[in-house]
Design a protein around this ligand. Structure first.
Ligand code: ATP
Ligand code: MG
Length: 140
């Protein structure tokens, strides 16, 4: 049993489609505890910094355009095994391959515009949380 934190983003496609409440409802329904939350409008440069691990990928320019195209909601989730639990709730990157009942399967429209982000490991979670939040913005 590991206490972990992970970064969640409700991406601009989902905010634009009015899905903030739906995503948060699913987090709460699955006992994924929110310990920080705010809305951000990333610049292109901020999106490039956030997704720097993907800078050599062919979709990098399009992905960072998309992530800086409008407001997003960033959250820190905390709990036992929360990194894996939240990724399970999100579903596979490609919504066509995502399991039935997952957020991406139900709401994504595109492999890129896939509604939510979640950190994939403890080290990336630490980097990603610090990218958006200082310690005073994360509760108890
Ligand atoms: P995220 O990091 O956003 O939680 P992920 O870990 O499931 O998603 P990654 O491989 O880290 O997937 O890709 C980051 C994001 O880049 C994806 O969520 C998606 O928005 C976009 N992406 C990934 N693969 C492709 C692709 N082949 N074509 C277009 N966009 C892609
Ligand atoms: Mg990823």
């Amino acid at each position: 049993m590991r206490m972990e934190r992970t970064l969640s983003i409700i991406k601009p496609d989902a905010v634009g489609r009015g899905l903030i409440g739906e995503v948060i409802r699913r987090l709460e329904e699955n006992n994924l505890k929110i310990v920080a939350l705010k809305m951000v409008c990333m610049t292109k440069a901020q999106a490039q910094g956030f997704y720097a691990v993907h800078k050599e990928r062919p979709f990098f320019d399009s992905l960072t355009d998309f992530m800086s195209s409008g407001p997003a909601v960033v959250m820190v989730l905390e709990g036992e095994n929360v990194i894996a639990r939240y990724r399970e709730l999100m579903g596979a990157t490609n919504y066509r391959e995502a399991a039935e009942g997952t957020i991406r399967r139900e709401f994504a429209t595109d492999i890129e515009k896939n509604v939510v982000h979640g950190s994939d490991a403890a080290a990336t979670a630490a980097f990603e949380i610090a990218y958006f939040f200082n310690s005073f913005e994360i509760v108890g």
